[in-house]
Every structure is written in C-alpha cells, then in structure tokens.
Design a protein. Structure first.
Lengths: 204, 289
C-alpha cells in the first residue's frame, strides 16, 4: 500500500508515538525502575527507544529518545523519583545522551544482522540482544559521562574510576535486562507478524 | 503489588486550571517564555541574575493564581541533591580568586568564594525547577501539542517534519491513559493467576524476571493498537500536514505580546547581569556550567 505521507510513513509516526508513550509511562509510574538494594535501581526506560529504533529505524529511535529526554527533564523538575533526579533539569544530562540510544542500537542491530548473514547463521536473536546491550550501555555511559564532566571535574583523582565502577555495577545488569526485554518483545512481535502475513508453506 | 492504580500517576507535571491571564495565553507563547527563561538560566552564571529570576517567577506564580506554597513545596525533593552538590563544591573545588583560604587539609580546600559559588549553583537549580514547574502548572497536555506544532511550523516550510513530530507527541500523550488502563488490567490479571510482584527480598534476576509478564504484554498490546491506528489513519486518507486545519484554534492576542516583551526584558536583564559582570564586583560568577 502506498504510504501517503511521503517521507514519513504513518507506521513510523505511530510507532514513535507509542514507544514514546511507553517510555514516558515507565518513567512517570516508576515501573521503569527495578529496585535493587538501598535505593539503587536499574532502569529499563531505554528499552522503548531501542525497540523503536530496531523496528522502524534510527530516526524513530532519535525521536523517541528525544521525547524520553524531554519528559525526564520535566519529570525531574516536577516529580523527581530519586535523589539524583533533580540534576536532570539540565538538558545535557537528560536530553543529549538519550538522543544517541536509538541510533546506536540501530547501527549495532543492522551490523550484527549483516555480519551473521555473511557467516550464514540466522542472526536475528543475537542482533536483538546486541542492540539491547548497545542501547542501554549508550544511555548509561553517556549520562554518567555527562555527570562526570560537568559535576565532578574537581574530583579527578576519583571521578572516572568511580563512574567506571557504576557503569559496571549498574550498567551491565541494565544492559542485560534491556537485551532480554528487547529480544522478547521484538521476537514475539515478528512472530505475530509472520504468523499473520505469511502462510505456513513459506520459508521463515 | 503496592499500587495497582496507575491512572492516577500518569500525568506530566501538575496542570492547575485556575483560568488566569497566564493560562489564557497562547500555548506557543508559554513555550517560548519557558524556553527563553531556561536558556537564560543556563547561560547566565550570576547570582544576582538568578535572584531576579526567582522574584520574576514568584510574581508570575501570583499572576497565574497558583498557591506559592504549593509551587515551592515542589522544591523539597531537590534539597538532598542541592546540598550534596553544594557540599562537593565547598569541600573539593576551589576558586583561584575565591578569597581567603579558610581551611586546607588533605584533599579538602575551603575558600570563602566556595560558599557563594555553591549558593549560585543551588539557586540556579531552584530557578530551573521553578520555571519548568510553572510551565506545567499553566499548560495542559492538549495545549502542549498545539503549541509544539505551531512553534515548529515555520521550520516545516524548510522541510523539517514539524507536523509529524507534533503528531508523534499527540499520539504519545493520547496513549498514556490507555497504557495505564492496560497496565492495570495486566497486573490484576497476572495477580489473579498467582503472579507475585511483591517487594519481598529477591535477587535482581528474579525481580527483573517478574516484571516481564507485565512489560512484554504491555509492549505487544501497544504495538497491536498501533497497527489499528495505522490502518485507521490510512483508511481516512491521512496525507500528512499540508493544508491541514485544526478544529481548536488558539489565537494570539495583545496579552501574548505583553508576555513575550516582559520575558525578553527579563532575559536581557539576567544576561546583562552576567555578561556585564554587574554584580561580580562583590560576588563570584559561575563560569561554564
């Protein structure tokens, strides 16, 4: 069916809106924070951005990341969820890092699929997992990096090792959770699509 | 689960419909005002400028008939981080011209200037929180989308997908209550089948794992709704934003002109205080951020 909207087909707009809604919802209700211990929590709010990018491309990922960032900025001012939250009223903490989640996830996804095609294996699940990890790590590294650059510059004997340890301790479990969630959702969705559109006689 | 009533929490900011002159401004005006003030607060580093902004926002809150106590209570969650950042600044950073060194030991250096810099950083954070909160008090979600589209429309003429971006925002905001209802339904369904989202002590793995029966169906249900929406839009021959008119129209009035002028003057004053170093004769300035 001819996409009547020209450069920005309807599906991309709708998926971008949906994933943004989920990202905002996860942030606003606190569901996006899975608490670990003593106030530390891992966040899965990068996942809608990653899924949007994997399913509909880097532009959608960029838009979802941007809206996620804007609403986390508003959220930080009006209803902060954690003690560190109010700092996110600064756009270079809330918006700038989040712009990169989608494109990063997309690049990794597409590259992984191409690589696995070369090798000859069905690389979809692996590509999804890697995209999830890449997107989540992008979020963690960039946000913590911005924190380090702007607010901890004078602790330079301490800053980067400390931030590095947070990336490992907090960022790796987040990346794992994001990877599994991305795989689960996208694989289920593609299964649904295949089930509906393709007949059983076709090769998967 | 501690709270299955998600609907209540899904609001962006707290819109207070007090029907004041400020509320009746065009949404784009409000966005521009908020934007200018935020940018000014970020660029500027002068404590005097920030104090001016706090006074201006307070006056605006009165004009918008928003209870001052309510607005200022919103600052309470920010107190811990303000104290922390101020403490870090006082203890570890030192300004080269910060005045007398009060105490110096180990890795800690406290100069007189540190306190004022810490105060400036604190007030800047307060200013930003107040501006953004004020914006959400006066602007409803519907106005937000109208304002965004209107604001971006000039860019649309040079090929920027203004209408599409505004539509993405509209869809996102429209879906929030639907998501909340869906999530509530999912939680109740899972719990009635014996799922346990409880807060008992369990490892991270298990905790993440237990969120999946809620999260995965939430995504999939949304995507399915999205398919319906795509079908509906294409069936109604959606062709993008060219020549599209709106049912609800906001009009610019003289009040908007007055508001923008006031904000421009305020921003000019704040930036002047910063760049002309009007108050740094006796106060330090923040360089950078």
């Amino acid at each position: 069916m001819q996409n009547a909207s020209g450069r920005f087909p309807v599906r991309k707009i709708v998926v971008a809106g949906l994933m943004s809604a989920i990202a905002i919802f996860l942030g606003a209700t606190g569901l996006g924070f899975i608490s670990w211990f003593a106030g530390v929590s891992i966040t899965i709010m990068a996942v809608p951005v990653i899924i949007g990018a994997v399913m509909e491309g880097p532009v959608v990922g960029l838009v979802v990341g941007f809206l996620f960032g804007v609403f986390s900025l508003i959220q930080a001012a009006v209803a902060p969820k954690s003690p560190l939250d109010p700092l996110f009223v600064y756009p270079w903490l809330s918006i700038l890092p989040r712009l990169f989640i989608g494109p990063a996830a997309w690049i990794v996804y597409v590259s992984a699929k191409k690589l696995s095609a070369l090798i000859g294996k069905a690389g979809e699940p692996v590509a999804l997992v890697l995209a999830g990890i890449a997107g989540s790590l992008t979020n963690t590294v960039l946000v913590l990096g911005m924190l380090g650059v702007f607010y901890l510059g004078y602790l330079d004997w301490l800053t980067w090792p400390w931030i590095g340890s947070i990336v490992v301790a907090n960022g790796l479990p987040e990346a794992g959770a994001a990877a599994v969630l991305t795989l689960a959702v996208v694989a289920a969705w593609q299964g649904i699509e295949h089930g509906r559109r393709k007949s059983r006689l076709e090769e998967e | 689960m501690r709270n299955t009533e998600f609907l209540r929490n899904v609001t962006i900011g707290q819109y207070l419909p007090t029907d004041s002159p400020v509320h009746r401004l065009h949404p784009t005006t409000k966005m521009l005002m908020g934007g200018f003030c935020v940018v000014a607060a970020i660029i500027s580093g002068s404590l005097g400028g920030f104090v001016i902004m706090v006074l201006a926002v307070t006056a605006a809150l009165r004009l918008a008939r928003i209870p001052l106590l309510y607005a200022y209570r919103g600052l309470r969650p920010a107190v811990p981080i303000i104290v922390l950042v101020a403490a870090l600044q006082i203890l570890f950073a030192s300004q080269s011209d910060g005045g007398a060194v009060l105490w110096s030991g180990w890795i800690i250096t406290i100069t007189a200037g540190d306190f004022l810099v810490a105060a400036t950083m604190a007030v800047r954070l307060v200013v930003l929180i107040l501006i953004i909160s004020f914006f959400t008090f006066c602007t409803s979600a519907k106005e937000l989308t109208h304002g965004t589209e209107q604001l971006l429309r000039p860019l649309g003429r040079i090929g920027f997908p203004a209408h599409e971006l505004a539509l993405v925002l509209t869809i996102a905001l429209r879906f929030l209550p639907l998501l909340a209802m869906e999530a509530e339904r999912l939680v109740k369904a899972q719990v009635s089948r014996g799922a346990d989202f409880g807060k008992r002590r369990m490892g991270l793995f298990k905790r993440v794992y237990r969120m999946f029966p809620l999260l995965v169906p939430l995504f999939l249900a949304s995507l399915r709704r999205g398919e319906h929406l795509v079908l509906a839009m294409e069936a109604r021959c959606y062709t993008g934003g060219k020549g599209r008119t709106r049912l609800v129209r906001f009009r610019f009035g003289p009040a908007d002109g007055a508001a923008i002028t006031a904000v421009v003057l305020l921003v000019a004053a704040v930036l002047a205080a910063h760049f002309l170093r009007l108050d740094s004769v006796f106060l330090p300035r923040l360089e950078g951020f």
